[in-house]
Design a protein around this ligand. Structure first.
Ligand SMILES: CC(C)(COP(=O)(O)OP(=O)(O)OC[C@H]1O[C@@H](n2cnc3c(N)ncnc32)[C@H](O)[C@@H]1OP(=O)(O)O)[C@@H](O)C(=O)NCCC(=O)NCCS
Length: 117
């Protein structure tokens, strides 16, 4: 299925939004731009496993390439451990390196995500 993505930017925050015609609420990816990298803050889709998340991340990667960023980062938190297999597959297929976090100040952060552009 093809989804139309709207991009909005305000200061260093960028959002990739997919609006659904007959469904209340949007699917979106929110990220923060800092120096040469973009950090994913949140990704939320209305329906899992329909290719919506893939479309959002592909747009983010294309945006990063077009605007000469050299890295996309993010993290997986403990609240998402119930679907960790899906997340590992999801980020892995774009080439994200997934490494255990040892950030003692942020125990909720379980894995770090890193993609070199
Ligand atoms: C992770 C998430 C954002 C992905 O969005 P999505 O629209 O479901 O993703 P897609 O449909 O594009 O892709 C899902 C992929 O996971 C795969 N998958 C589904 N269940 C799986 C499982 N149990 N194990 C491994 N892979 C699985 C699908 O086959 C698909 O892979 P494919 O494209 O190679 O066929 C969404 O599913 C989700 O979990 N949202 C909850 C919030 C969240 O976890 N946010 C991320 C915080 S880091």
């Amino acid at each position: 299925m093809k989804f139309k993505v709207q991009i909005t930017e305000c200061d260093n925050i960028i959002k990739f939004i997919i609006r659904h015609k007959f469904i209340k609420g949007n699917s979106k990816l929110t990220a923060i731009k800092k120096d040469n990298s973009i950090m994913i803050c949140d990704i939320n889709v209305r329906y899992n496993c329909k290719g919506i998340g893939t479309t959002l991340v592909k747009h983010l990667i294309q945006y990063a390439k077009d605007n000469h960023y050299n890295k996309i980062t993010g993290w997986i938190s403990s609240v998402d451990l119930d679907h960790i297999d899906r997340l590992k597959h999801f980020y892995g297929k774009f080439g994200f390196e997934i490494s255990k976090s040892d950030d003692k100040d942020d125990p909720i952060r379980i894995y770090n995500l890193n993609l070199s552009i």
